[in-house]
Design a protein around this ligand. Structure first.
Ligand SMILES: Cc1cc2nc3c(=O)[nH]c(=O)nc-3n(C[C@H](O)[C@H](O)[C@H](O)COP(=O)(O)OP(=O)(O)OC[C@H]3O[C@@H](n4cnc5c(N)ncnc54)[C@H](O)[C@@H]3O)c2cc1C
Length: 345
């Protein structure tokens, strides 16, 4: 029998610590529980939203008039092991960072740069988590999910997931359709190879690290992140609140005439990625507090909930930042965390 709780404040389940009540909330620990719960919700015509660790979504003050399912599905299984690779299947409810740690302990390469990202394994494909030169789409071979349109289990290949920069089918055309139950990763037995992401290489140089293993990369990333990113358990936040901006080359050249120092990274499709943290810093908002929110003084992409009591405060602060960057650069930054209310299916 699954416990279904009523009127649960979403602020207790999102790392920004904001959001009104969920009408119903339940945790699932097995596929049987998940399918039963979804069938019941469907029969009652209740909308469903899936929640992992709540570190990449924000909930508004109205909350959610439906069922929030917290995914706690366990599992860590080696499904194949050969000379060069190990394939592992991990339950969607497992902690992402615990999973990275396990694979690093097994001396497997592929996830080490994604160390210390909060949240669950099931959420990792949703926005194709990425950091320090790695993206989870590089190691995902398939994703198993419950398709809410048919209430049946399906397997999606890497290609089916349509991974792009911080996005996938799960955030776009199939938003809310699939509940991910497990993810299968193919990891390499080769050691990580240079060139490393600048910050990682700088760390290696500063600490005279010349042995490149999954563990030395993980140690570097954990050390760098602990300097730059506030711990959500202490200072409520969602990590990067804005996606990096993506512009055409002509637009970049136009901005460069006034701001020659603008950093930019060429993308495979010919466009350029501009760090949104630089845009926010350049308009003078780094370290500033307004509407109960603070732009983190070590990383302008991160918004910290200092004293905001409502989602309305967060929205007001977000609009100040987006507006100032738009007025200065004619670039409209996109919010990275999803709005819980938009996810309902
Ligand atoms: C301090 C901090 C640092 C961060 N650093 C990074 C970073 O470096 N790189 C990065 O990419 N992200 C980063 N993030 C964002 C976040 O940690 C990731 O997006 C993470 O994958 C979210 O996991 P979660 O379990 O908390 O997801 P949630 O916030 O609970 O959910 C996020 C989305 O995934 C969906 N979802 C969750 N579980 C499932 C499931 N089983 N099936 C289907 N949909 C599901 C939800 O419905 C929602 O749409 C950071 C966040 C914080 C707070």
């Amino acid at each position: 029998m699954i416990d279904i709780h009523t009127n649960i404040p979403l602020k207790n389940y999102t790392t920004m610590r904001l959001g009104g009540p969920a009408r119903f909330m339940a945790e699932v620990r097995s596929l049987a529980e998940l399918t039963e719960l979804c069938a019941t919700a469907r029969a009652q015509q209740l909308k469903i939203v899936v929640l992992g660790g709540g570190s990449n979504m924000v909930a508004n003050d109205e909350g959610f008039n439906g069922l929030v399912i917290r995914i706690r599905l366990p599992g860590f299984e080696i499904v194949n092991d050969d000379l060069n690779t190990t394939i592992i299947k991990v339950g969607a409810g497992e902690s992402w960072d615990e999973t990275v740690k396990k694979t690093v302990d097994m001396r497997l390469t592929g996830m080490e740069a994604l160390s210390a990202i909060p949240g669950t394994v099931g959420a990792s494909p949703v926005q194709n988590i990425g950091a320090y030169g790695q993206e989870v789409s590089e190691t995902i071979s398939s994703v198993e999910a419950l398709d809410l349109t048919t209430n049946s289990l399906v397997v999606l290949t890497n290609e089916d997931c349509q991974f792009t920069y911080r996005s996938s089918i799960f955030r776009e055309s199939a938003k809310g359709r699939y509940i991910i139950t497990s993810v299968t990763f193919t990891l390499s037995k080769n050691t990580p190879q240079p060139p490393f992401y600048d910050a990682v290489q700088t760390y290696f140089d500063a600490h005279s690290v010349s042995l490149f293993t999954p563990q030395t990369v993980r140690d570097a990333v954990v050390a760098i992140r602990s300097e730059k990113l506030p711990d959500p358990a202490v200072l409520p936040n969602c990590g990067s609140f804005f996606k990096n901006a993506i512009v055409e080359d002509w637009r970049l050249n136009e901005i460069k005439t006034k701001y020659p120092a603008i950093p930019s990274y060429a993308m495979a499709d010919g466009r350029f990625k501009i760090p949104s943290g630089w845009l926010i810093e350049t308009v003078g908002l780094k370290g500033q507090s307004f509407h109960g929110m603070k732009v983190h003084d070590k990383n302008a992409l991160v918004l910290i909930n200092e004293s905001a009591q409502s989602y309305a405060d967060l929205a007001a602060a977000r609009d100040v930042i987006i507006g100032k960057v738009r007025d200065t650069f004619q670039i409209v930054m996109e919010q990275e965390p999803l709005e819980l209310a938009d996810l309902a299916n």
